[in-house]
Design a protein around this ligand. Sequence first.
Ligand code: FDA
Length: 304
Amino acid sequence: QFTETMKSIARRGDLKAYVEQTPSIYHMLQRAAAKYVTGEDRTAGLEAGLRLINKGYAVSLEYIGENATDVQSCEAAALEMKQLIKNLTDRGMAARVSFDLSHIGLSVDDALAFKHLATLADQTQQTEIELFISMEESAKTEAILAIYERAAAIYPNIGITLQAQLHLTAQYMNDLQADPRRLRLVKGAYQEPKHLAISRSDALNERYLHLLEQSIDKGHRVSIATHDERIVDEVINRGWALKPGVEFEMLYGIRPDLSSKLRKAGYPVRIYLTYGHEWYLYLCHRIAEYPPNLYQAVIDIASD
Ligand code: FDA
């Protein structure tokens, strides 16, 4: 219930407008968000990315946003991502660019999302940049997978995120053609009904590990995107962490102690960085998925 409350707070335009018009609250929340978001503009994301690359991490970058419902906003988001790709290319940064398809067109129509995805993919051919599609709520899963399949058949550098919590994910994975794919496996951030998904539990962790094993056996490149130390330990114990194409991927600001420990132990680790004006949305999502972050946010605000 808390998760749903935070997600509805994230969506409430009136609350967001109130925050934006009240400088004291705006600055306090912005300070709390700074733990998870590199900054409002691209330069902040690029600089943080470079710092992490120099420390031995790989990075993903996301320009925060989702559910853009008019063509102009989708075009603006795609343009920002084009600029990001250009800056990464100019700086020789072999990063991964991550995004929600609903940020670049899916909430308008599938054709617009595909068009923008193809434009970005064209731009990244001949570079070492990967494009990675995030997975959104279950109402969008099939549309996202269809766009991914169509694009991945043309552009080999596009990856897809799959959610272990969905009952259908095992089938989605079987449906992927035999050739190696770029996958990111997450537990899933969305509250879904029981007939579609399993909630946080040992059974979900077992399912996560099973899907992971299948992906590794099929030769996919897999990002193990979790902060769950029980899964991380299991992956290491089973000898999967050093398999070719396997890496850990964690969100910027979350369990930096764990990512640092893994990197120092010699395992490949990618950090997922975000930037953009929609930091308020992102902060609400991080609190929604892990309520203790609310207390951390209060501590960060109080120490201002
Ligand atoms: P889980 O929620 O099961 O918690 C296990 C433990 O991990 C906790 O006890 C705590 O120790 C630690 N932990 C987890 N979250 C924490 C937090 N926020 N702060 C501090 N500690 C925390 N989801 C989605 O639906 N679509 C997507 O495209 C993506 N993309 C994505 C990319 C990357 C790189 C990551 C790491 C995650 C995502 N997610 C996502 C989010 C994902 O589905 C999931 O909601 C979060 O990773 C939290 O689940 P965990 O498996 O990390 O741990």
